[in-house]
Design a protein around this ligand. Structure first.
Ligand code: NAP
Ligand code: COA
Length: 264
């Protein structure tokens, strides 16, 4: 994929990617490293973290912690700070998801997703502030369309991702002008765990596909380019916003729902 970003634009930057050991977030971490950043990725599985770091190369660090555990996340970020210096870029992308109706999920199931996605993002952002390179640091939360579109079987993710969007906005207010805080809301990205879980059969895939204005699945690299933009100087006046990198999946939703119900 041709990129508008030139090699070296992230030279000297330090990036920490929570949930960066697979999928979309690993793609983001890899792109940061290709463009010159020194990168640390974090997940729960140590072998996966080590594999991810080795795959990124360029001295990338693989760390293990659960984003639900504030102390563990803080310790991981102190470790990165000690080894690489103050952080310029922090991405919070760890998430958990499964399809289940409210009556098919226990209180613990609901809490688990909210805890990983929303409380995890609080922990990552709260824990990094005094370890950032200020002014000019860029924080990015990976959210999802569930934040704004109610979806059946997704009560936990809808609640959690909506909370993330608001956290992004509040932090942009509280931490500006030194820190910019934004979100990226990917659409259906081919070849990811999220797609495998949320579109597990051909019929569901087809429903997702029909909503995409661009009429093709998204690529991990396309979300990574958005992340590079958000932490580049080109986005120096961009904060408190959520970028939909979803091929236009969201824009037709309201109209489509009305048509489905015969209201339009
Ligand atoms: P993925 O491959 O499953 O990546 C999840 C990452 O988070 C892994 O590195 C995982 O590693 C880590 N993780 C999970 N729970 C964690 C925890 N409690 N503590 C620390 N790390 C944890 O998922 P993906 O499909 O690429 O999705 C990545 C992000 O994009 C998510 O925020 C998701 O909501 C968002 N998104 C994805 C899509 C899509 O099409 N895939 C669409 C919209 C939004 P371990 O398992 O080792 O912990
Ligand atoms: N339907 C209903 N409930 C489910 C479920 C499903 N498909 N999958 C898990 N749960 C419930 C469990 O039964 C448990 O509730 P209980 O204690 O009342 O029985 C609760 O959720 C927690 O499950 P557990 O397996 O203990 O959680 P975990 O912390 O080990 O793992 C998950 C978290 C469940 C989100 C797991 O799927 C995960 O680690 N996901 C990360 C990867 C991912 O989801 N990627 C896609 C991102 S979009």
């Amino acid at each position: 994929m041709a990129s508008p970003f030139r090699d070296g634009i992230l030279d000297g930057k330090v990036a920490f990617v929570a949930g960066g050991t697979s999928g979309i977030n690993l793609g983001i971490a890899t792109r940061f490293a290709e463009l010159g950043a020194r990168v640390a990725v974090l997940g729960r599985d140590p072998e996966k973290a080590a594999r991810a770091a080795a795959g990124i190369g360029q001295g990338a660090i693989g760390l293990t912690a659960d984003v639900r555990d504030y102390g563990a996340i803080r310790a991981a970020m102190e470790d990165v700070h000690g080894r690489l210096g103050p952080m310029d870029i922090v991405v919070s992308g760890a998430a958990g998801n499964f399809l289940a109706p409210v009556l098919g999920m226990s209180a613990n199931a609901f809490r688990t997703v909210v805890d990983i996605d929303l409380n995890g993002t609080f922990n990552v952002f709260r824990g990094c502030h005094d370890l950032l390179n200020l002014p000019g640091a860029s924080l990015i939360a990976i959210t999802a369309g569930q934040a704004v579109n109610a979806l059946q079987l997704q009560a936990h993710a809808c609640a959690a991702k909506a909370g993330i969007n608001q956290l992004v906005r509040v932090l942009a207010l509280e931490w500006g002008p030194d820190v910019r805080v934004n979100g990226i809301s990917p659409g259906p990205i081919e070849g990811t765990e999220g797609m495998a879980r949320l579109a597990p059969d051909p019929q569901t895939r087809q429903k997702h596909f029909e909503r995409i204005a661009m009429k093709r699945w998204g690529e991990i690299g396309e979300v990574a380019e958005c992340a590079v933009f958000l932490c580049s100087d080109a986005a120096r006046y961009v904060t408190g916003t959520i970028i939909d990198c979803d091929g236009g999946s969201q824009v037709g939703d309201a109209t489509q729902r009305s048509l489905d119900k015969g209201l339009a």
